[in-house]
Structures are given as structure tokens and as C-alpha cells.
Ligand binder design. Structure first.
Ligand code: UDP
Length: 365
């Protein structure tokens, strides 16, 4: 089976995709600088590879290190790359746009350059629905004009465009996957979502109902208490209750991370089969409001989410729901279409993390 370079494979979506690739018998080389990646994710991927016949290699390094990327391609016979490594905080991108152009755009282009030089012809790129901004119509089809509202979305759009031009000139093809709201966790309990800082709705809602004796799980997942202050577990802030939606809160298309991982495998195989360069949406086509998400978390956990209503968060469009026709045409269908099923895997992961990781270990394992 081909060897796939997975940049950012120690992160949330990257690690779930690396797992799916290993399960599909691909050999996987993860390149991650470990600034936001997790050692425990790498250890679990390594363990998974040991149980099967695929080779798994982890290299700590920078995607813009051309010599390193070229060496990895030659040493392991890399045929294709899946590029996740990036900064991904919309709020931070509005405060420090330069970071997003340096880390995402400049380094992404350096990576693509190294791949072209080394003879790699296929890239699956981790893009985002944020390229659409406030869409003209919903559900959003791939031919909807792109108007990113923040430097994060703009940085992804720029790389999509760079990839398109590389494909015009070189024997090189790519598929950019525009994710809607990635959510949930590996149903086997091996991997899950752990951002620091966490800004996403479902993990924050779960965090708000964790009990004090579950602090260790919270720490493992990246919620760092300060030295003399115990874990800060604030109520969930509900951003905006006056949107033009049935219950006044924003509607999003929550796509389970395993369905998202599978979309990368479908895209990769399409490229290997000769599919031309393209951009595909990845979403379920179903929208759920913030209040519906809170309700699902309460039902799944059996606990009440403490909520405070807050003003709208700048840059949040009222409704983002995908039309994922291109992926579906190739046989991809999301398995998790029920919000409660998605939340259930996220909740299970919080509990599984407690069992999987001995107390002496923490997020730096
Ligand atoms: N949201 C919220 N409180 C939070 C985090 C998010 O009300 O603490 C809302 C946010 O305004 C958006 C939805 O939940 O309408 C999903 O936000 P998230 O950050 O998870 O994903 P995004 O849609 O920004 O990619």
C-alpha cells in the first residue's frame, strides 16, 4: 500500500485521519511540530500500527523544513500528503493576522514546494467552510463564491488557490476539503478532541459539566489549571440569542470526526484514481442550533449545562450547512447524522481518557 505523509497528524482531525489510513492499510508518516499536537495521540497511533501490518513513523519537525520533507519523501517512498498542520483559531487570526499568513500560508507553500520538488503528485488539503464567509444561500454548495471573513479562512483559501495553480502547471493534483463543524471522538475511545485553549461548543459544553474528581481528564484534554488555582470551569457562554433562526441561536452542520477522516481517504483514493483538482465540502447537510447542542449534551451526560447568555461572537454567520454532493457522488455518506450520537462519542472519550491514561501521566505523555 502507498505511504502517506500526514502533516499535523498529532492533532484532532489529523490523528483521526491517520488512524483511518492505518486501518485502511496505508503506511503513515506523521510530521508534526508538537506545538499543539499530543504525544498520547502519537503513542496510540503507534500501538494501532503494531496491531496491524502498516508501518507508522512519527517525525517531530516543521512542514517548512524543505530538506526534511524531501528526505522523508525519499526515505519512506511517500506517494501522497494530507496537509493538516496549521493554526486554526479564528479569534486569534483577527488579532494576529500575520501569524496566520506566516504559519499557514508561507509554511504551506514551502511544504507544497518541497512535495513538488520531491515528486509527490497528490495532496489532500484540510480547508474550511470559513472560506465562504456569510454564504449567499444555504445549504452551501462548492460553487458558492468564497468571501472569507477572517485571516484564518483567508489563509486556507490562499492555499486552495496555490494548489490549483500547482495543478495547472505541474503533474500534481489536490483535493481541498472544506470542513463544516468537526465534532465527536473516535468511537473506539483511542483519540479525541483536546485543544488548549478550547473554543469549540461541544467540548466546552462537556467541560462545563465535568465534576471536580474529573479534573485529571480535563487536564489530559488540555484544560490547564494555574498553579494555585484549581481548574477553572466556567459556565458555557451562549454567543447570541437574536439570530434569524427558529430559536435565535446559530445553526451549524456538525460532522463527526470519523466521517471527516473517512472523507480524506475517499479524496486520497479519488486522486490516486485520476480525479482532477477540486474543492469538496464535508458536512452532513443537517443543521443544529446552539440550544439543540446544549440539549444533546444534557441528555447524553445526564447533567445540566450551566449557561450564560452572551452577545454575538463577531464573525459568526447565522447558518452554515453543507451540501456535500461531490463527496456523496463518490459513495461517501456520513455515519453519524444524529447530534446525540456525535455528542455521545465525545462524552465517551472524556471518560475513556480517564481509563486509558494512568494517573502519573498527563497531557505531555
Ligand atoms: N458557541 C457558543 N459558545 C461557545 C462556543 C461556541 O455559543 O462557548 C457557538 C458559536 O457562536 C457558534 C457555534 O457555537 O454559533 C459553534 O461554534 P464553534 O466555535 O464550535 O465552531 P465554529 O462554527 O466557530 O467553527
Amino acid at each position: 500500500m502507498p505511504t502517506i505523509l500526514v502533516t499535523g497528524g498529532a492533532g484532532y482531525i489529523g490523528s483521526h485521519t491517520a488512524k483511518r489510513l492505518l486501518e485502511a492499510d496505508y503506511h503513515v508518516v506523521v510530521l508534526d511540530n508538537m506545538r499543539t499536537g499530543h504525544r498520547w495521540a502519537i503513542e496510540r497511533l503507534r500501538r494501532l500500527a503494531e496491531q496491524g501490518s502498516s508501518q507508522f513513523v512519527f517525525v517531530q519537525g516543521d512542514v517548512a523544513d524543505t530538506a526534511l520533507v524531501v528526505r522523508l519523501v525519499h526515505e519512506y517512498g511517500v506517494e501522497a500528503a494530507v496537509h493538516f498542520a496549521a493554526l486554526s483559531l479564528v479569534g486569534e487570526s483577527m488579532q494576529h493576522p500575520e501569524r496566520y499568513f506566516a504559519e499557514n500560508v508561507a509554511k504551506g507553500i514551502a511544504l507544497f514546494n518541497a512535495l513538488v520538488v520531491a515528486g509527490v503528485r497528490y495532496v489532500v488539503f484540510s480547508s474550511t467552510a470559513a472560506v465562504y464567509g456569510i454564504p449567499e444561500r444555504v445549504p452551501i454548495a462548492e460553487d458558492t463564491p468564497t468571501h472569507p471573513l477572517n485571516p484564518y479562512g483567508a489563509s486556507k483559501r490562499m492555499l486552495e488557490e496555490a494548489l490549483r495553480w500547482l495543478g495547472e502547471v505541474h503533474p500534481f493534483r489536490s483535493i481541498s476539503l472544506r470542513y463544516f463543524n468537526a465534532a465527536g471522538a473516535d468511537p473506539d475511545g483511542w483519540l479525541g478532541e483536546a485543544h488548549d485553549p478550547e473554543t469549540h461548543l461541544i467540548p466546552l459544553a462537556i467541560r462545563s459539566v465535568l465534576c471536580p474528581d474529573e479534573d485529571r481528564v480535563a487536564q489530559l484534554l488540555g484544560y490547564s489549571p494555574t498553579q494555585d488555582q484549581p481548574l477553572d470551569r466556567p459556565p458555557l457562554r451562549l454567543f447570541g440569542t437574536d439570530y434569524p433562526t427558529p430559536d435565535g441561536t446559530c445553526i451549524r452542520d456538525y460532522i463527526h470526526v470519523s466521517d471527516l477522516a473517512e472523507a480524506h481517504v475517499v479524496a486520497l483514493e479519488a486522486l490516486l484514481d485520476g480525479h482532477p483538482t477540486d474543492c469538496w465540502n464535508v458536512g452532513t447537510g443537517e443543521g443544529y442550533s446552539v440550544r439543540q447542542v446544549i440539549d444533546a449534551v444534557e441528555r447524553v451526560t445526564g447533567r445540566t449545562v450551566p449557561v450564560v447568555e452572551a452577545p454575538r461572537r463577531p464573525g459568526d454567520p447565522p447558518v452554515l450547512v453543507a451540501e456535500a454532493k461531490k463527496l456523496k457522488r463518490l459513495g461517501w455518506e456520513p455515519k453519524y447524522t444524529e447530534l446525540r450520537a456525535i455528542v455521545h462519542t465525545a462524552w465517551r472519550w472524556h471518560n475513556a481518557a480517564l481509563e486509558l491514561v494512568p494517573s502519573s501521566q498527563n497531557r505531555a505523555i
